[in-house]
Design a protein around this ligand. Structure first.
Ligand code: MIC
Ligand code: SF4
Length: 642
């Protein structure tokens, strides 16, 4: 039997384990990326490993999330990251150079390579035929040190694309359709591979829009083959030397196949507050819009911005709408500046933002109370925009432009205009002056540490018995934005004691102080959750800060992949209800007794928990690999390294 694209990349990178579904494999990581919001902690962890220089082929440290610099914290973090990059041989992409995923695609990504990034949207690189995976910072730190990255050998879904998109329907509508089919939960352990004759109708940035939002499906990664279109993209970036063809063998097998006839797709929209709530744009047509935002790592390419500029050219923005535009990279911004498209956007009424994450992570542009905000982002979790009462809707750039022109939700097919014809230049503007190149070998670099930068927290080895309280009980689809809010709290990412004050802030503002009170009395804290706990971001702070507050276990109906790994890395035991009915019986404040927990973590699959308050026992599953068991017993990865 031949190999599919995923199997081809894994088989050429396998360092430990075997290619059997469900079994753990350790793969070699060729490239890593970090961004500043997760990067400071990742590099503090890397420093703790005492390795003189990185052991990957290419590693890049991007500054794109925390660029608002309200206070000294962000600027201090940037200086820390720059000195770390100099010391350890890492490329440093300065603030203003663009969003990590967009820049990585343009300047570093290569077909057939593996990429591990401390950001959940790292699979954007799948658009160029990489096996690109998001993880917590600690796993990136390990990869920098040359250790393998462990995944469960995946099941592969083939998404068979055929036909051609109709006018006004775009790549975003393909992934929104797939989110309608697969939803945001229940896809842990899968990788999506795109194939079929429709692949050749999509450019690399369009493919990257699709693989980017694979993160919202909760899959491990998403990947396109590498073909002549990939070659042209690399050539336009002056990097064709790195191209290689990568296609599935004719007799490759898949665990599931989903057919999508591109010609039947229509413009879609994700409605509040989940990227999985999909409707047709037409079904919401006429709803008043207050804000439109164009940007984020999903849709901020040259083609995306040119399309919108072409649609708004010569028009004026309606008085009730605000329009923010954040180009994905300096390259995109410079190109639309030079060809005049930027001026068309400004003349229409756009507010031009820095090439950074910005509004996507709630860094500015918070909408008004109860506002309707139409965005080209990938996430619309409640409150993420900075305004709890606002409703965020996710759409394609074409739909966003139609909405900002009319001031109401509008299907671009109803615009009575022709789609702008965008000619993609054969050569893109290449200027890497905002990327500081690494110097290898001996050098004397002093790492800069501002007052905001602390040490990675330490944790005790797992105790034999634990008694404690269900400190919070939450429902299904709790995202890392619920657990560890970003936005105005982002600047504390390098300061764990301070950031820990805001754990679960959007859900329960007393969480942190209640945890600390228990911790001081020597009691454990437990989190009880429903399905798909820890969706969304890779931010390991959603595990580090609870660990700092004395959380010892999460008992849930299911837990998402990246968050699962982060919990283990920081010594919190992930447990799954054996019988989901037990979730309903348990209440917040119940006292739970974990007898012989260390022994169970060592070699048990089922663990019996005593609910002392209600006087009954229930079972939880410990679905752990040998490696994960060792880490938990030690109290986290950092305790296993030195
Ligand atoms: C996000 O989109 O939520 C983020 C901010 O990029 C995160 C990373 C972080 O929290 O720093 C992600 O997607 O992993
Ligand atoms: Fe940045 Fe938003 Fe992309 Fe996250 S999803 S990397 S915040 S642009």
């Amino acid at each position: 039997m031949g190999y599919n694209v995923v199997q081809k990349i894994i088989s050429s990178h396998i360092l430990e384990g075997e290619m059997t579904k469900g079994k753990v494999v350790g793969i070699k990581i060729d490239q890593t990326l970090t961004q500043d919001a997760t990067g400071t902690m990742a590099y503090l962890e890397f420093e703790a490993m005492n390795i003189p220089e990185i052991r990957t082929e290419i590693s890049v440290s991007y500054v794109d999330h925390n660029t608002s610099q309200m206070g000294f914290e962000n600027a201090d973090d940037h200086k820390y990251l720059q000195t770390i990059a100099e010391k350890y041989g890492i490329y440093y992409s300065r603030a203003g150079n663009g969003i990590c995923h967009q820049v990585h695609l343009e300047r570093f990504g290569l077909p057939g390579k593996t990429l591990l990034g401390s950001d959940s949207h790292t699979p954007t690189g799948g658009g160029i035929g990489m096996l690109a995976i998001g993880s917590g910072g600690l796993d990136v730190a390990r990869a920098l040190a040359g250790f393998p990255f462990f995944i469960n050998y995946p099941k592969v879904i083939k998404v068979n694309l055929f036909g051609k998109l109709s006018s006004w329907v775009s790549a975003k509508d393909i992934i929104l359709y797939l989110l309608e089919v697969l939803s945001t939960k229940g896809n842990v352990g899968w990788i999506v591979e795109y194939g079929g004759s429709g692949v050749k109708t999509l450019s690399v940035p369009e493919r990257a829009t699709i693989t980017n939002m694979g993160a919202e499906l909760g899959v491990t990664s998403s990947v396109f083959p590498s073909d002549e279109i990939t070659f042209s993209f690399l050539k336009s970036q002056g990097r064709e030397d790195g191209w290689k063809e990568l296609v599935a063998d004719k007799d490759a097998e898949y665990d599931r196949i989903i057919d999508i006839d591109l010609s039947t797709l229509e413009p879609r929209i994700a409605t509040p507050h989940s990227p999985g709530n999909i409707s047709l744009v037409r079904d919401l047509a006429g709803k008043k819009v207050d804000q439109v935002c164009l940007g984020s790592c999903t849709n901020s390419s040259y083609k995306d911005l040119m399309t919108v500029a072409g649609m708004v050219k010569g028009k004026k923005i309606p008085s009730g709408v605000s329009f923010a535009v954040a180009p994905g990279s300096k390259q995109v911004l410079e190109m639309i500046t030079e060809n005049g498209a930027l001026s068309d956007l400004i003349s229409f009424g756009a507010r031009i933002m820095e090439s950074a994450c910005g509004f996507c992570i709630g860094n500015g542009q918070a909408p008004a109370t109860n506002a309707v905000s139409i965005r080209t982002n990938n996430r619309n979790f409640k409150g993420r925009s900075g305004t709890q009462s606002a409703g965020i809707y996710l759409v394609s750039p074409e739909t966003a432009a139609a909405c900002v022109i009319t001031g109401v939700i509008t299907d671009p097919r109803d615009m009575r205009m022709k789609p702008p014809e965008i000619i993609i230049p054969e050569k893109f503007k290449i200027d890497d002056s905002m990327i500081i190149k690494p110097i290898h070998g001996e050098k004397d670099i002093r790492i800069y540490r501002g007052p905001n930068i602390g040490d990675p927290p330490s944790n005790e080895p797992l105790e034999e018995n634990l008694t404690g309280e269900v400190i919070i009980k939450v429902g299904d689809k709790i995202t890392t934005d619920h657990i560890m809010p970003a936005g105005i709290r982002l600047k504390y990412r390098s300061n764990i004691p301070k950031y820990s004050e805001f754990v679960f802030e959007p859900v329960d503002t007393t969480f942190s102080e209640r945890c600390i009170a228990n911790k001081q009395e020597g009691k454990a804290n437990y989190i009880v959750a429903g399905l798909s706990y820890g969706q969304g971001s890779s931010r390991e702070h959603a595990a580090i800060c609870p660990s700092f507050l004395g959380v010892k276990a999460v008992i849930a109906k299911s837990i998402e992949r990246i968050h699962w790994a982060n919990l283990i890395n920081f010594g919190i035991i992930p447990m799954i209800f054996e019988d989901e009915a037990d979730y309903a019986k348990i209440e917040q404040s119940d006292v739970l007794v974990f007898e012989n927990i260390a022994k169970a973590v060592k070699d048990g699959d089922i663990f019996t928990i005593k609910n002392k308050t209600k006087n009954y026992d229930f079972n939880a599953r410990l679905e752990l690999s040998t490696r994960e068991r060792e880490i938990l017993i030690s109290g986290g990865v950092l305790n296993t390294i030195n």
